[in-house]
Ligand binder design. Sequence first.
Ligand code: AMP
Length: 260
Amino acid sequence: MKNDIQIVRTAADLSRVTESWKAENLKIGFVPTMGALHDGHLSLVKLALENADRCIVSIFVNPTQFAPHEDFGRYPRDEVGDTAKLAGAGTHLVYMPEAKEIYPDGPVSTIKAGKAAQGLEGDFRPTHFDGVATVVHRLFEQVRPDIAVFGEKDFQQLQVIREMVAAHNMGVEIIGAPIIRDAYGLALSSRNAYLSADELNAARQLNLILSATTKGGNIQAAKSAVLAAGFTKIDYIERRWGRLLAAAWIGKTRLIDNME
Ligand code: AMP
């Protein structure tokens, strides 16, 4: 299915469209992304379209969720390719704001993430979830969706968003989407584009080791196996929320994954 996708870059233009949709009583679904889109993102669009009449996708590489030493500058960007994929998936509107549209007073986090942000990612990226909560809060104010879809790929982020929406009474229904993987079980990620062929082979071991560990395996043994597979550093492999969650590095690339 191909739509004529609308491309919008300012909050003012965005609200003209959403106002007209709301006047028609159309339910608005929203998928926030940082672009460099893959089938994982498109599965979120599909879920949004199943749960709403209109689907808005935002593409914004959010500076406040990156620490100064992280990959904000080299994060992959592909506006033209992304827009074509979104049109093909039936997206009605893509919102690609400039930073000043989101952060008129400069890129600072003004929303504090709640308890779900503690531990795991929070130990290794201490400012990350305040940045995520801030940008999602801001995007929700501008888009005013009825529902929003987030991937379980970022499982802790999904918990942080649910908490933020409840704490701020934002009245947006949050839908979690299952992780989309490649033929080898590797969770799709925009950051997989950083991997060399050898690194990709190593990356594809992580899901196998996690899966074995969910079936009664020991976490220390999992950590040894991940390093033996070619990962260079493990931030964590830990059980929480009835899941096994992991973050590990291959050279300069940090990958995360989790399983029930
Ligand atoms: P990002 O562009 O990395 O900020 O991701 C945007 C949304 O897509 C987030 O809700 C992610 O959890 C979700 N997402 C990313 N990768 C996947 C995947 N492999 N499967 C499902 N959802 C994903």
